[in-house]
Design a protein around this ligand. Structure first.
Ligand code: TYD
Length: 345
């Protein structure tokens, strides 16, 4: 493994993986390939931008010519695909780009990788492909897919496409499925960075439904380590769950953030629920642990405290984002919801 292309490498989890690889593997050339949509941000890569083994190409995984050109220019032998539209609420408002990037884009990338003779392909996916997990079950990798949002359905389509390229063409591919990820450099539309940055400005926090939904929370550096373990040691054709083994009700996560922010719980506003909202995600990750993967961030209270601290000390990073298109999205997603909350309280 010498020349690794990290698609979506300017995003949240992708950039954490890139920062890790650049430092841990100075003998690899790491080529970030990113479309630079609203969520791609070169500031996420500033800590490694001067590294001799770092390269950047702006491009779309669904653009066959751009992908082929990059494969050839850098002699790419390994692909790790983080490129995706990722926000469930945006997929409910407008699904097109989700199907285009997460299913069609993955197909184009796989097909190009196969034709170019890529030696290893890692596809980064999500626990949301398993859908709403009832009772006390923990999803294992062979469980059926029951996606409920356009986002999760588009990701399930990508996972299945990877499988077909392994079975049909023998592409050396593995899939990872991570749980809800948090930490520095996360675009402030997802629960944690959105609520932290809103609370810092004493703005209302729109809690969907009763706030009793359950998610498994995983630190971004542990997620990046899980993708690395799957890349280095995963068996071709297999999928690996990456879990924090840290199930929390949303309301408890929100209270924990408010505690560390020293902000009042009165900022919480209960608003009409997300359509098709999955109640619970939970995954078993024994298969990845058997490859030698371990987590570093198992004290959730401490990890949330340090995440809060990062957003506090990096307000130049997120204030730049919370302008323009972001404000349009905020209005479309929250204006009516918050108005409904106010009229019932
Ligand atoms: P999110 O960060 O969007 O991740 P996902 O939908 O992929 O799990 O949301 C995490 C949980 O927080 C989810 O149950 C929805 C809830 N949530 C709110 O209650 N309010 C919000 O404004 C957002 C963005 C999320």
């Amino acid at each position: 493994m010498k020349n690794i292309m990290v698609t979506g490498g300017a995003g949240f989890i992708g950039s954490a993986f890139v920062r890790r690889m650049i430092n841990k593997h100075p003998d690899w050339t790491v080529v970030v390939f990113d479309k630079m949509t609203y969520a791609g941000n070169l500031d996420n890569l500033l800590p490694v931008a001067q590294a001799p083994n770092y390269r950047f190409v702006q491009g779309d995984i669904a653009d066959r010519e751009a992908v082929r050109g990059t494969f050839e220019q850098y002699g790419i032998d390994t692909v790790v695909n983080f490129a995706a539209e990722t926000h469930v609420d945006r997929s409910i408002l407008s699904p097109d780009s989700f199907i285009f990037s997460n299913t069609v884009g993955v197909y184009v990338l796989l097909d190009s990788a196969h034709k170019h003779g890529v030696e290893r392909f890692v596809h980064v996916s999500t626990d949301e492909v398993y859908g709403d997990i009832e009772g006390d079950h923990f999803s294992v990798e062979d469980d059926p897919f029951k996606p409920n949002s356009p986002y999760s359905a588009s990701k399930a389509g990508g996972d299945l496409m990877v499988r077909s390229y392994f079975v049909t063409y023998g592409l050396n591919a593995v899939v990872t499925r991570g749980s809800n990820t948090y930490g520095p450099y996360q675009y402030p539309e997802k629960l944690m960075p959105f609520f932290i940055t809103e609370a810092l400005d004493d703005r209302p926090l729109p809690v969907y439904g009763d706030g009793m939904q359950v998610r498994d929370w995983l630190h971004v550096d542990d997620h990046a380590g899980g993708v690395e373990a799957a890349l280095l040691h995963g068996k071709p054709g297999e999928a690996y769950n990456i879990a924090g083994e840290n199930l929390q009700h949303n309301i408890d996560v929100i209270r924990l953030m408010l505690k560390h922010l020293q902000k009042p719980e009165s900022l919480m506003k209960f608003v009409p629920d997300r359509e098709g909202h999955d109640r619970r995600y939970a995954m078993n990750c024994d298969k990845l642990k058997a490859l030698g993967w371990t987590r570093e961030h198992n004290d959730f209270d401490a990890a949330v405290a340090s995440t809060v601290k990062w957003y506090l000390s990096n307000d130049n990073w997120w204030r730049k984002i919370k302008t323009g298109e972001y404000l349009e999205y905020y209005k479309r997603q929250y204006a009516a919801r918050l108005a409904a909350a106010q009229s019932t309280s």
